[in-house]
Design a protein around this ligand. Structure first.
Ligand code: QAP
Ligand code: CO
Length: 174
C-alpha cells in the first residue's frame, strides 16, 4: 500500500525513531509499503518516519548505470549504526519530505555501517560516494534531522525564503 509522506515542517519529522525489536510480519509489511511509496514518489531513499512510523528502518535504492532502479539493488536497513567514517563530499541533496528543494550538504564520503536485514541478520557494509551520502541522509531522519538543518546559514535562509514564497502561492490558489 502506498502511504502518505509527511513533509516539512510537520513536527513528527523531528522525533527520534525507536529501535526495531521484532523482525516479524508487521515489519515486513512496513518495508513493503515503504518500497511502494518510495518508487511511486520517485525517491532513492526513504526512512519510516517519513510515513509517520517512528522506527529505525530505512530503504535505499540507487539507480544503476542505465538509470534503472532494480529491486535487487535495494538496501533494507534496520537499526543502523555508523562504526567508522572518513573523508568529505559535497552533494546536492533533496528529500521527499522537503519537496522541490535541492541544495549542497557536506558529509563523510566513506562510512562503515552495521545494521540488520528484514530477517534480523546482521550486516556490516562499507559505502562510499552516493551510497554513503544516502545512508547518512536517511540515518539523520532516524535522529529527527532533515538535510536542510545541515545547510550553511545563508543556504538555510534561502530555503526558508523559498518555502514561505511557496506557501503564499499555495494560499492564493485556495
Ligand atoms: C535522499 O532523496 C538522498 O524534491 C533521498 O520533487 C538525497 O529520494 C539520498 C525527491 C541525496 C542521496 C542523495 C525529492 C523526489 C526524492 C523531490 C530522495 C522531488 C521528488 C528525494
Ligand atoms: Co530525506
Amino acid at each position: 500500500m502506498i502511504r502518505e509522506i509527511i513533509t516539512y515542517p510537520d513536527k513528527r519529522l523531528y522525533q527520534q525513531s525507536k529501535k526495531v525489536e521484532n523482525f516479524d510480519k508487521e515489519l515486513h509489511q512496513l518495508l513493503d509499503d515503504m518500497y511502494e511509496t518510495m518508487i511511486a514518489k520517485n525517491g532513492i531513499g526513504l526512512a519510516a518516519i517519513q510515513i509517520a512510523v517512528p522506527l529505525n528502518a530505512l530503504l535505499i535504492l540507487l539507480p544503476d548505470e542505465n538509470d534503472e532502479q532494480k529491486k535487487e539493488n535495494l538496501h533494507e536497513v534496520i537499526n543502523p549504526k555508523i562504526i567508522e567514517k572518513k573523508g568529505s563530499i559535497v552533494y546536492q541533496e533533496g528529500c521527499l519530505s522537503v519537496p522541490d528543494y535541492y541544495d549542497d550538504v557536506k558529509r563523510a564520503d566513506w562510512i562503515a555501517v552495521e545494521y540488520f536485514d528484514r530477517n534480523g541478520n546482521k550486516i556490516v557494509k562499507e559505502c562510499n560516494e552516493l551510497l554513503a551520502v544516502a545512508f547518512q541522509h536517511e540515518m539523520d531522519h532516524l535522529q529527527g534531522h532533515l538535510f536542510i538543518e545541515r545547510l550553511s546559514y545563508l543556504k538555510r535562509k534561502k530555503f526558508e525564503k523559498e518555502w514561505k514564497k511557496k506557501q503564499r502561492a499555495k494560499k492564493k490558489q485556495s
